[in-house]
Design a protein around this ligand. Structure first.
Ligand code: PHE
Length: 457
């Protein structure tokens, strides 16, 4: 059949897709979430499982999602519908797209609140709040911020408006260009932090902590968390990569670009983790601090280094940008669907979707003060009740399940010929290996992790 074209446009080049996909992947997940998840789950063993999940589950699924997207060239719901009908399978596969759109809304609701913290920290850096700050001082500055719902609401609102603005312009306009300058800069800043941490922090202990594997510290729920984070960090399982794939010009190699995006994402997370834990250990702080980890530790480093105000401000600015390039893709699947099925204008679709996510964000804001409660998840004390629930349900359950469905869809539902056609650049052994992984290894590994987490195995 003739190739479809997307009504939403397409990336202007292979490089632009790489930048946009890297921008979507690298975000708060790498620098904010990965260190605190590793810290809560005891370090090394968690990191190893996370890396294995990235290689055996994440990157193969990224290829599957992108190829499904490019084949269908529509929003996830409509793509899954058309492709399943075309393959003679049930149209209900589109429910995977629906679950993804919902997960995207929920994730954006808390993602925007945390991005708001980052904006707040940018201002604090600029005003010199952290010059020579002590560990206690930094802890109390953080506590003050997150227990002030009105302030959080203001920052959350600003970030959501930023997100809506970009989505309403269409992804190819402006953001591609911003990503081109900002992603390399973020990378550079992470290196500055790592260099600082190597000189002044406890680098050796951080290295040991992240790479020395002690499996006794890892619970089955911790394994599920590691797998969930592999999905979260690569933006998989909710249609984000699918929708970005649907704007991908034909002829660009899906395998090469996915592997590159996966590697860059992993590198930034590991470097961010190394820097964070060097500072944590050098200052006698606790690794299992939870979501406040980087906000309590990194300012100590910036407060001490020469030019710290400048570098600190730049770091949080880039983190805002990294969050921004990720946030937009969280609602892009829903926005694309509203445009396709409800014939809404892009700007209206973006505003409506953003408003729903904004409202839902209030739940997260209050989780850090008035509505806070604690519970245990796989031996880890979670102190921010509803925020943690939203995070666990989306990252550890919906994203992996969505990803599993994408793997099954590409591996078993789509005709092998169409798959070969889309993965054109991947010849011979490479293709066979990927196809085997996506059909057998990925589903089996995921099933195992799920069954262990719920105590069946
Ligand atoms: N990958 C992003 C991050 O690491 C988060 C994200 C998840 C973005 C899912 C889009 C879709 O911050």
């Amino acid at each position: 059949m003739s190739k479809r074209i997307s009504i939403h446009g397409q990336w202007s080049s292979r490089l632009m897709f790489i930048l946009a996909a890297t921008g979507a992947a690298i975000g708060l997940g790498n620098i904010w979430k990965f260190p605190y998840m590793a810290g809560e789950n005891g370090g090394g063993a968690f990191v190893l499982v996370y890396l294995l999940c990235l290689a055996l589950i994440g990157i193969p699924i990224m290829m599957a999602e992108v190829l499904i997207g490019r084949r269908g060239r529509q929003s996830p719901v409509n793509t899954l519908h058309s492709l399943s009908v075309e393959a003679g399978a049930s149209g209900s596969w589109r429910l995977v797209g629906w679950a993804g759109m919902l997960a995207g809304l929920v994730i954006l609701s808390y993602y925007s609140v945390i991005a708001g913290w980052t904006l707040a920290y940018l201002m604090r850096m600029l005003s010199g709040t952290f010059v020579r700050v002590t560990a206690e001082g930094s802890g109390s500055i953080f506590a003050q911020l997150v227990t002030d719902p009105e302030r959080l609401l203001a920052w959350h609102t600003i970030f959501m408006v930023m997100t809506i603005k970009v989505v309403s312009r269409g992804v190819t306009n402006g953001l591609e260009k911003a990503a081109k300058i900002l992603m390399p800069m973020l990378f550079f800043l992470v290196l500055v932090l790592v260099a600082y941490a190597a000189r002044n922090g406890d680098f050796a202990q951080a290295f040991n902590y992240l790479f020395y594997t002690d499996f006794s510290k890892l619970t089955p729920a911790g394994v599920l968390t590691a797998m969930g984070h592999a999905f979260f960090t690569l933006s998989l399982g909710m249609g984000a990569m699918l929708v970005y794939g649907s704007y991908l010009p034909s002829g660009v190699s899906i395998a090469q670009t996915s592997i590159l995006v996966g590697l860059l994402d992993t590198l930034v997370a590991l470097l961010g983790g190394l820097a964070t834990f060097s500072i944590v250990f050098a200052n006698g702080l606790a690794a299992g601090e939870g979501p406040g980890l980087i906000f309590q530790t990194l300012p100590i480093a910036f407060g001490q280094m020469p030019g710290g105000m400048f570098f600190g401000a730049l770091f949080f600015l880039l983190l805002v940008f990294a969050a921004w390039t990720s946030a937009i893709v969280l609602i892009e699947p829903l926005v694309a669907w509203l445009i396709e099925n409800r014939e809404m204008e892009r700007i209206r679709a973006a505003i409506w979707t953003g408003m729903v996510a904004w409202l839902l964000g209030i739940v997260t804001i209050l989780s850090f003060s008035h509505w806070s409660f604690s519970f245990h998840f796989g031996g880890v004390l979670k102190r921010h009740g509803l925020f943690d629930v939203l995070d666990i349900v989306t990252s550890s359950i919906i994203l992996p399940l969505g990803g599993l469905c994408m793997a099954l869809f590409a591996g078993w539902v789509m005709a092998r010929d169409s798959v070969v056609d889309e993965l054109g650049g991947l010849a011979g052994v490479g293709f066979k290996l990927w196809y085997f992984i996506i059909r057998f290894i990925t589903p089996a590994a995921m099933l195992l992790i799920f069954l262990r987490a719920i105590g069946v195995l």
